[in-house]
Design a protein around this ligand. Structure first.
Ligand code: AHM
Ligand code: MG
Length: 347
């Protein structure tokens, strides 16, 4: 794809905005609210990208001296990204409630003129932010729900606690060697690369399909001793030589979920963050990390589970709930599940 795009002129690409409008026109009763919401998100992503590209030159490295709701050190860029996304969504007026990794409570939004938007946005404004100082890719992850039909009164967190299968949109932005926005609305997955010269996201990766299997696994193996037995066996299986399946697989762990996920989505692979001794529920958050990526991966032909239950079927109990996560190429995730459930063993 990149080989051909290199020779294409800018004007031949569809912009994100054009793409969104074309999709919207195929829904005759659409009010355009969802399209405007996506536009608001993309504007915030461009602002965060602008700041990120200058990290090292201005005072945005390092931590704020505060802990976030998870008890983790909040990086200055975490706080900045949170502020920009909340601002853009507030200004846009299509969103009635925001849940963010960087804020303990859900944030209700009262839009211009008092009328509430009808979408709920849950996000990790800057995932993997401890990597910024060393110039490693980081990302934003977002999940979109509609307000429940039967909603009455004030908007509360209860309205957001819907299983991932109810998402109406999800996406991520990876701030890497280029900046890309990848999203789905349940009708395939499309990727857009930011052209910094014209400030537009351009459709560079239409209709992304993830390989059925791959040769890369991503896991923090430093935690090996606290993995459950089935997972230990699966890791050993990945490392064994086998011509037919291309093993031993390669370990590739950036420690930045969006980047690890993005690589696996395009090339095939599995990302695992299991329950460990220090994170007995897993580390990643169900509502704004696992759910949106699970929606995307399934739309691209892949699979996501907590090792037993599909991620999108899990009923959330709280905003910052964690979950073990096995996500990526369908065959690889199924094999890992088979080891966890005792259906496969090392011979
Ligand atoms: P964050 O949301 O606080 O940035 O944490 C999530 C990150 C993921 O991007 C990454 O895959 C994982 O934490 C790495 O964790 P570990 O250092 O335990 O391997
Ligand atoms: Mg995160």
């Amino acid at each position: 794809m990149n080989r051909t795009t290199a020779t294409r002129e800018l004007g031949q690409f569809k912009t994100l905005e054009q793409f969104i409008i074309e999709r919207q026109e195929s829904f005759p009763h659409s009010t355009g609210a969802f399209s405007r919401l996506l536009r608001d998100i993309s504007v915030a992503a461009k602002i965060v990208n602008y700041h990120m590209r200058r990290a090292g030159l201005v005072d945005i490295y390092g931590d704020t001296g505060e802990l976030n709701v998870q008890g983790e050190v909040q990086q200055k860029m975490d706080a900045l990204a949170h502020r920009e996304f909340v601002r853009a969504l507030r200004r846009g007026g299509e969103c009635c409630l925001i849940g963010s990794e960087e804020h303990a409570e859900a944030i209700p939004i009262r839009a211009n003129g008092g009328s509430d938007g009808k979408y709920i946005v849950l996000l990790d404004p800057l995932d993997g932010s401890s990597n910024i100082e060393v110039n490693v890719s980081v990302g934003t992850i977002f999940s979109i729900y509609r307000m429940p039909e039967d909603h009455v009164g004030e908007v509360t967190l209860e309205d957001a606690l819907q299983p991932g299968s109810k998402q109406v949109g999800a996406g991520y932005v990876v701030y890497g060697s280029s900046t890309m926005l990848v999203y789905t609305t349940g009708n395939g997955v499309n990727g857009f690369t930011l052209d910094p010269s014209i400030g537009e996201f351009l459709l560079s990766h239409p209709n992304i399909r993830t390989p059925k299997t791959g040769t890369m696994y991503a896991i923090n193996e430093g935690n090996y001793n606290s993995f459950e037995d089935g997972l230990k066996k699966y890791i050993k299986w990945c490392q064994r030589k086998d011509k037919a399946t291309g093993r031993p697989y390669k370990t590739r762990y950036i420690g930045s979920f969006v980047s690890d996920f993005h690589r696996n989505l395009l090339k095939g692979g599995i990302y695992i963050y299991p329950a460990t001794a220090s994170s007995p529920e897993g580390k990643l958050r169900l509502m704004y990390e696992a759910n949106p990526m699970a929606f995307i991966v399934e739309q691209a032909g892949g699979r996501a589970s907590d090792g037993h239950t599909p991620i999108l079927q899990k009923q959330p109990r709280e905003l910052h709930q964690r979950t073990p996560l096995y996500i990526g190429s369908e065959e690889m995730v199924r094999t890992a599940e088979a080891f966890l459930q005792g259906e496969m063993d090392l011979d």
